[in-house]
Design a protein around this ligand. Structure first.
Ligand code: SF4
Length: 242
């Protein structure tokens, strides 16, 4: 089955999601910081061109855990495997903010604090784009179906080296995204992710690993309604390849 392509992202919707998240925090910041953040948002608005591809793939039960597509692609995350084991299918997707923003972020005549803020803000816009993309995927589900929270290698107990598995299943030329030997993606603001697909009741009960996890103090905990994590790098964590 071929991949679906989605590129009808309204970058302003993604920027607004991020700005709403920042608004309160910025109130107590010096005006220089506010200006730097606004400049970063404007740079992203000018240079980002979000695109996503996705498709549904089968979940294969294994003696321990499960695999995606074929037995040779096991999901090496206990927490996420438990979720996928409840689902007959998964969605694999990849998205990027594109090469133009990547070039802009590497521009040499940029001050260090501007570079740091631009990097973090772009990570957050990438998360917002993924959130919009997930809503689009949810709308393509059959009646009664739902998708779980999305998970990316590097999140929680899912080791980053499993990017290789996802890239094995993605088309060889995937939106111009390349994976390095150290599992970093280029363009840097790119994401791969998986989400389970099941009936809505199953997703409600099992679709969030955090709701069954005893680590109450985990900084990356997501509740039922929190579908994405902004401020990823500030929390020493991100779904993106920063
Ligand atoms: S609370 Fe933290 S450790 Fe537990 S499943 Fe969620 S992200 Fe993972």
């Amino acid at each position: 089955m071929k991949y679906f392509r989605y590129d009808r992202f309204d970058i302003h919707t993604a920027l607004n999601l991020v700005y709403e998240y920042y608004e309160n925090k910025l109130k107590s910041q010096p005006s220089r910081t506010k200006r730097t953040v606004m400049k970063a948002l404007q740079t992203i608005e000018r240079h980002a061109s979000p695109q996503m591809i996705w498709k549904r793939i089968p979940v294969i039960p294994l003696d321990i855990g499960c695999a995606i597509q074929k037995e040779q692609y096991p999901v090496k995350s206990r927490k996420f495997s438990r979720i996928l084991s409840q689902c007959g299918e998964a969605v694999i997707c990849a998205a990027t903010l594109g090469k133009s923003l990547d070039h802009e972020m590497k521009r040499e005549n940029m001050r260090m604090h501007e570079r740091v803020v631009l990097d973090q803000t772009a990570s957050d816009v990438m998360e917002a784009v993924m959130e919009i993309g997930q809503t689009h995927i949810q709308k393509q589900c059959r009646p009664g179906e739902s998708v779980t929270k999305r998970y990316s290698p590097g999140y929680c107990d899912w080791h980053i080296d499993q990017q290789q598995v996802l890239f094995s299943l993605l088309p060889s030329e995937v939106l111009g995204i390349r994976l390095s030997n150290s599992f970093l993606m280029s363009p840097r603001k790119s994401v791969t992710a998986l989400m389970g697909v099941a009936d809505a009741r199953t997703v409600e009960l099992y679709g969030n690993a955090c709701s069954r996890c005893s680590r109450r103090d985990c900084a990356f905990r997501r509740d039922q309604t929190e579908t994405f994590i902004l401020g990823g790098t500030q929390r020493e964590h991100s779904h993106t390849s920063v």
